[in-house]
Structure formats: C-alpha cells, structure tokens
Design a binder for this molecule. Sequence first.
Ligand SMILES: [Zn+2]
Length: 196
Amino acid sequence: MMELEEHAKSLAKRAKSRVGNVIVAYEVKKWPEGRLEQLLKMRVLRSLPDADEIRCPGCTERHMIVPIRTILPNGEPYSEHLCGKEGLIEIPAFLFKRWQIVIEKMIELGYVAAPIASETDEFITVTEAGILAGVHKGTVSKWADAGQIEHNGVKGRGRKVSKASVLMMKHEREEKQAQGDYEEYRRDIENIPDMH
Ligand SMILES: [Zn+2]
C-alpha cells in the first residue's frame, strides 16, 4: 500500500479528475489502519455530513439503499435495512460516513497546481470572458444581467466583466460537473465485486 504522502498526492490528483472529491466509507475500508486519521490530521480531508443512501452491505447485489436510522434508548445510533436477499441487516454507522478532499490544502502543500490567479481584478470583454469560461458570450451576458458576475454596468458592445468573477463561475460550474461525474462513478463501482 502507498505511503502517506504518496497517498495524499494521489487523492489530490483524483480530486481534480472526473472522479471528483468525495470519498465514501467503502473506499476508506480498503486503506491501511489509521490512514484516514492521518489524512484528516493533515487537513487534506474533511468530514462531510453522512450520506442518506449507501450500497447494501448485506448482499453482493451492490444496490443502493436508504436504510432506516434511529437512536436507541441508550443514545447509540442504530440503523437497519430489509435486504431482499439477506433479510434484515444491521448497518454499521461507519458506512454512512463521507469525506471531501480539500483542494486548497493540497495546493498549499504543493500536491497540485493552483488555478490561474489574477492578482488585480481585471475587466475583460464578454467575448474574452466566454473563451475563458468555455461558454458562449451570450451566456456571459446572461450571468451579468442576472448579477451573477460583476460588470461595468454598460450594456451592448461596451460591456466589460470582472475576470475574477468569471473565473469563480467557471470554478463553480466545474464543481457541479465533478459532482455529477462522481454520481456516475458511484454507480460504476457498485459493480466491483470484492468489497466484503
Ligand atoms: Zn441487499
């Protein structure tokens, strides 16, 4: 298995890839003992709120389930699911856990390159902004009209928009895209057999 630093670097790369920056409990279970704690301590990972939907741990079907979660009278969390194949199964609380790869920390550690930084907020034309963000210039105008990006208040040919806010929109769109890709990836790994 990978050393800690090597592992962190591979996670940094993965966060920038189409797979995305969310890690689920099934993945962590394959890591060496204590690795999760080490990565959390390095702050390259942070905890996310628990998932509602997980893969069924009771059978080899790998189907997605939404288990019933409750708190027992003694204060302990308890969760169960009625699996069509295996019957009623208890779900360990750990399986609901999720983590996010912290890109800012990865950049700080030099594990991935920082995105293009603009020191001073430059104003650029709508056409330039479209090229920068990879969208049609009409889309940039719509963002400006909707107040989603900063602009110089001029309509038509004289319109200029803030490069920094265009980059921010671009980043947000990529994040959404990555999240969509992650959902796709998650459906794919449902078919990997050796999870038990
Ligand atoms: Zn099942």
